[in-house]
Design a protein around this ligand. Structure first.
Ligand SMILES: [Fe+2]
Length: 420
């Protein structure tokens, strides 16, 4: 039972979300609500798996601010059973979209009135929905006009990067140019980018059909997997896109995912999100917003950008380094509750001393969260292990002892060399 605060406008989006979660609507009825502040009550009878129903409930809760939906009944499902992906293949179930910015549903989207563009988006989205763990990422034959849109944005990044991007970004960018993945004329394929990242930090990519729910998106980071869109923004609006597109992902996110310190920071945000409550997910995605998307950091005496939304957007980057916005030191406890703008430039940015410093502060803050267990990622099995029993800790201790032994041996050998 859903309560619609703002009329029936959001119902189409809700039904699409149910479909995305592979639900079948058996029955739907609406009536004017008797509750003050609520326009309609909607009864929807759906047939779907229990796991997907839990995910749907979470997604509806997350999107309630814009679709105006409150959940009346949930059969006590979500409180008892905090499902989260345990293996990288479970991410096949974590591809649920926030439909707020879809060109078909958002009248302000630059592609809303362009039928061909909407068809193109649909075709590429289908590829992402059909993708399964272990598949190679399908090749997209980008059109000439899509490649031109890329060239225009790429050239602005080439202009601004030397002066305003952090050293970690510039270093990885140079490697991507040397490997001929970043060239002016064509959009890189996700598969070649995924291989590049795997070589440097173990991160890989999987295609996403659009803007995912925060829970699904953050969960993938725990596995060092970044869910990346493959479609291109509308050609009439090369410097602005209301939702992430592959130009934003490739130019904004990918270089830093090739940096070991940043990759670790991203994964830690992901690990913290597994089994977290809805309000904690909201806080984590706000931290993600002000760091991975819009973060600034210190480099000697200067402030540089490391946020993907800054590095892939000419206008906002110039705004961020101007004297207009307020710059505050990064502090997860306050950053995580700071309201943010997703329609205009940010009035506030947070500045980290370094990635190491950001990680330290983040770890200390995460340890105060409510989750009653700890998790770690095992890269050999691509599995998240829950450290909630003595036997799981014993395995970890054995592994740590082996690592310490290697460390000790290496130190002894270095010392021996010095005195030779
Ligand atoms: Fe992004």
């Amino acid at each position: 039972m859903l309560r619609m605060k703002d009329g029936m406008g959001a119902l189409g989006r809700i039904l699409k979300t149910i479909e995305n979660y592979k639900g079948v609507v058996n029955h739907l009825e609406t009536r004017p609500s008797k509750t003050e502040g609520i326009l309609f009550d909607v009864l929807i009878n759906v047939n779907m798996s229990r796991a997907n129903l839990l995910l749907l409930i979470r997604a509806l809760r997350q999107s309630s601010s814009f679709v105006g939906v409150n959940l009346l009944t949930e059969n006590n499902l979500s409180a008892k059973d905090p499902w989260f992906p345990r293996h990288a293949s479970d991410l096949d179930s974590c591809n649920h979209l926030l439909t707020k910015y879809e060109p078909e549903l958002d009248m302000n989207h630059p592609g809303f009135a362009d039928k061909d563009y909407r068809e193109r988006r649909k075709t590429i989205a289908e590829i992402a929905f059909a993708y399964k763990y272990g598949d190679p990422i399908p090749y997209i034959e980008y059109t000439e006009s899509e490649n031109q849109t890329w060239s225009r944005v790429y050239n602005t990044v080439l202009d601004l990067m030397p002066k305003h991007a952090c050293i970690e970004y510039r270093r990885a960018f140079a490697l991507l140019q040397a490997d001929k993945i970043f060239v002016t004329e064509r959009i890189p394929q996700l598969e070649e980018m995924s291989s590049f990242l795997r070589k440097h930090t173990g991160f890989t990519l999987r295609p996403a059909a659009g803007l995912l729910t925060s829970r699904d998106f953050l969960a993938s980071l725990a596995f060092r997997i970044f869910q990346s869109t493959q479609y291109v923004r509308h050609g009439n609006s090369p410097y602005h896109t209301p939702e992430p597109d592959c130009i934003h992902e490739l130019l904004g996110h990918m270089p830093l995912l090739a940096d070991p310190g940043f990759a670790q920071f991203s994964q830690e945000i992901g690990l913290a999100s597994l089994g977290a409550s809805d309000s904690e997910i909201e806080k984590l995605s706000t931290v993600y917003w002000f760091t991975v998307e819009f973060g600034l950091c210190k480099e000697n005496t200067q402030v540089k950008a490391y946020g993907a939304a800054l590095l892939s957007s000419y206008g906002e980057l110039l705004h961020a380094i101007s004297d207009k916005p307020e710059l505050r030191p990064f502090d997860p406890a306050t950053t995580s509750v700071q309201p943010y703008q997703d329609q205009e430039y940010q009035p506030i940015y947070y500045v980290a001393e370094s990635f190491e410093d950001a990680k330290d502060k983040f770890r200390r803050w995460v340890s105060t969260m409510s989750r009653p267990f700890e998790v770690r990622f095992n890269p050999h099995t691509e599995r998240v292990e829950v450290l909630d029993s003595v036997s799981s800790l014993e395995t970890l201790v054995t592994q740590l002892n082996t690592e310490l032994l290697h460390l000790n041996n290496a130190l002894n050998k270095i010392k021996a060399k010095r005195f030779c």
